[in-house]
Design a protein around this ligand. Structure first.
Ligand SMILES: O=P(O)(O)OC[C@H]1O[C@H](O[C@H]2O[C@H](CO)[C@@H](O)[C@H](O)[C@H]2O)[C@H](O)[C@@H](O)[C@@H]1O
Length: 372
């Protein structure tokens, strides 16, 4: 099957960087041996991207790369390799004292991803419910620390899952933020920031940097729905400023068909790009905005930016959370915590295995704070 989109398309640039690092490889040339033979210009990332996509759909036959339940690009887990990996990304639970020592005399600001972090990954995205125990833990944690949820879902959808009014919410991978009103020039002067009211009638700042893409996103959602209708298990989700194409329940042999449909449609939309999450292809505007920028925006909104006495902690499980981990690591500002039960390269500092460990960590924060 020919998977080649037009050269130099912006569509897949994120795709390759995501997948190179998911393989834990350091250079695009190591990504695929077939690439070495087929691409005369190794500097052309798009060639690598396309070859990567092809490798992705055929990876199941590779003896070196094993598929697992969540991503076709992660190595098979063994306890041993996981333990070695934890030397680089220590458990946030066993490092708890170190974290809290660093947090002493600082205000912690908490940023939480939703799927795979607060709720376990399930087959049906509409059924990714959060447990009551997790809800009550997040509620408690928000009593002690300013807490925001930053999700790839639409803001309304993630709010419906979480249902806590005491949190701040950013949907569509940070492209739809509802934050508090304040005097910050950074926030108020930002284009696309408007005053609004939340469901409780409280005045809020709404920040939607991709608002002009709304009609385009709706259009592509309709086309993707239409074109994937015949593929058993495929599901298209409208996340307001981005669209997710789920293939978790699609027979593996049909994965190339799903990716081909997405690539074909994207060719008509040069202003949209493709990213890859856990058994999901995500289409979103090509604007320079991501979860890292959303963290920065929320810190400004909460008047917690540029403060030496603030320690932001971001907990997330997916590729899109890396932008937030990177922001915190680069400025040496705070801690990223990756939720993963398999080894993967990350910009995070610490790790937690799964949502149950996330809950334990959050409870420990509450216990620590309430006793100090
Ligand atoms: O940023 P997040 O809150 O982690 O959202 C990322 C995507 O999460 C959802 O998909 C993932 O979780 C589903 C439910 O467990 C699972 O079925 C799917 O395979 C995962 O990719 C959500 O449905 C997407 O829209 C989000 O973009």
């Amino acid at each position: 099957m020919d998977l080649l989109p037009s050269h130099n398309s912006p569509v897949l640039v994120d795709y390759i960087s995501a997948n190179i690092s998911r393989f834990g490889l350091s250079s695009p040339t190591a990504f695929s041996s077939s690439l070495l033979l087929s691409s005369p210009n190794l500097g052309n990332l798009d060639d690598v991207i396309v070859t990567g996509l092809h490798d992705y759909v055929t990876a199941s036959s590779s003896p070196t790369v094993k598929l697992n339940n969540d991503s076709a690009f992660e190595f098979d887990e063994t306890e041993n390799t996981y333990r070695k990996w934890m030397l680089k990304y220590p458990s946030a639970i066993s490092s708890f004292e170190k974290i809290t020592n660093h947090a002493n005399n600082k205000r912690i600001a908490l940023f939480l991803d939703y799927d795979g972090t607060l709720s376990p990954i399930v087959n049906d995205p509409d059924c990714a419910f959060m447990s009551n125990a997790m809800r009550s833990t997040v509620k408690h944690v928000a009593e002690y620390f300013p807490t925001a949820i930053i999700s790839g879902r639409s803001r309304d959808k993630v709010y419906n899952f979480v249902g806590l009014t005491e949190l701040y919410y950013a949907g569509s991978h940070g492209m739809d933020i509802m934050g508090p009103v304040n005097k910050s020039k950074f926030v108020n002067d930002h284009p696309n920031c408007i005053r609004s009211t939340d469901k409780q009638g409280k005045e809020v700042n709404m920040f939607q940097p991709a608002s002009k893409f709304l009609p385009m996103i709706n259009e592509i959602f309709i086309s993707l729905n239409e074109n994937t209708k015949g593929i058993n298990g495929a599901k298209v989700e409208n996340n307001k400023f981005c669209v997710s194409v789920h293939y978790r329940l699609v027979d593996r042999k049909n994965w190339p068909i799903v990716s081909q449909i997405v690539l074909d449609i994207l060719k008509e939309y040069p202003d949209l790009k493709l990213t890859h999450g856990r058994k999901v292809l995500e289409i979103r505007p090509i604007i320079d905005w991501n979860k890292g920028k959303a963290v920065q925006f929320l810190l400004e909104s909460l008047e917690l930016s540029n403060a030496d006495d603030v320690l932001p902690i971001y907990i997330g499980d997916d590729r899109t959370d890396e932008d937030a981990f990177k922001l915190l690591r680069e400025g040496n500002r705070g801690y990223g915590i990756l939720v993963s039960s398999i080894p993967k390269e990350s910009n995070a500092f610490y790790s937690l295995r799964d949502p149950s460990e996330v809950m334990y960590f959050l409870k420990s924060l509450v216990k620590w704070k309430s006793s100090t």
